[in-house]
Design a protein around this ligand. Structure first.
Ligand SMILES: [Zn+2]
Length: 280
């Protein structure tokens, strides 16, 4: 299992920090620019959000000016509620889905992480206040942050934060390094195209939503994993196999040591079938 990697606040370029958690848990980040700080994703609980804030305060006393949410999932946005109340930027559908899925999603996370529920329970829905459809630029004093929607992937509204001057891309859950991508609300077929678009930016450093910091080649590897899975699932679909039969037939080959196979592959197959049937 690829669970041994560098964790904590890691400065990947001058003033650009990734906040990396062990075991494929959720990653986030922050950018320090002169007298302001931009936070990328706020994690799932008050403790985690505060842990990241402590890392911010180790580096600077500057105020937080913006928060960016890469997508609506609780492990990336619940911390919005406990961080300084500043404008939160995200995709149009992130705001919609955060509201419409709120109760269902909380119930899902409660079941998945019972020990963390007491911490999640009191957090109020704190939605993005600035949203966009395809592209937005955040102009800071010394650098620009390009916020981009590259197509449906892990959700219908994943936002990548690209820093062209630093060659760093915060990919959110568009990138899972060394872990099977979670496609519960995803679009595995379209995801391949979105990942290829991200690769074409040519970032030197890719900060994923889960797993270790990587490069374009890690992203390529993840796309390869999705391509391999989707190609086999497509064949199974065309042969008229059920989703369960498609799961049994799946051969992961070079990705056999990737984490979270049993719980995530059925979701990948389910959503790919829905795409192939034209339902989503
Ligand atoms: Zn997610």
């Amino acid at each position: 299992m690829a669970s041994e990697y560098e964790t904590g606040a890691i400065e990947v370029a001058s003033g650009v920090f990734a906040f990396i958690q062990a075991g494929g848990a959720t990653d986030a980040g922050f950018i320090v620019d002169h007298d302001e700080v931009v936070i990328i994703d706020t994690l799932m609980t008050a403790s985690l959000a505060n842990q990241m804030m402590a890392e911010v305060r180790r580096v600077t006393n500057a105020p937080i000016s913006y928060i960016i949410n890469t997508h609506w999932h609780g492990d990336h946005v619940f911390g919005n509620a406990v961080l300084p109340q500043v404008p939160i930027i995200a995709h149009d559908t992130c705001r919609e889905d955060l509201f419409s899925e709120w109760e269902t999603h909380r119930a899902f996370l409660r079941e998945l992480y019972p020990a963390l529920w007491p911490e999640m329970e009191p957090l109020k829905a704190t939605p993005p206040s600035i949203t966009f459809e395809t592209k937005a630029t955040l102009h800071l004093a010394s650098r620009s942050l390009e916020l981009m929607f590259l197509g449906r992937a892990h959700t219908r509204g994943d936002v990548v934060v690209y820093l062209p001057d630093a060659g760093v891309a915060f990919a959110g859950d568009l990138a899972f390094h060394k872990y099977i991508p979670n496609a519960r609300d995803g679009f595995p077929v379209d995801w391949i195209t979105a990942a290829a678009r991200l690769e074409r930016l040519g970032a030197d450093v890719i900060v994923p939503g889960h797993g270790p910091i990587g490069t374009n080649s890690d992203l390529q590897e993840m796309r390869g994993c999705l391509e391999l899975v989707v190609a086999q699932v497509r064949k199974s679909y065309e042969k008229g196999l059920t989703e369960g039969q498609a799961y049994v037939a799946l051969q992961l080959g070079p990705f056999n040591d990737w984490g979270r196979q049993e719980d995530r592959l059925p979701g990948v197959i389910k959503r790919a079938y829905m795409e192939l049937r034209g339902e989503i």
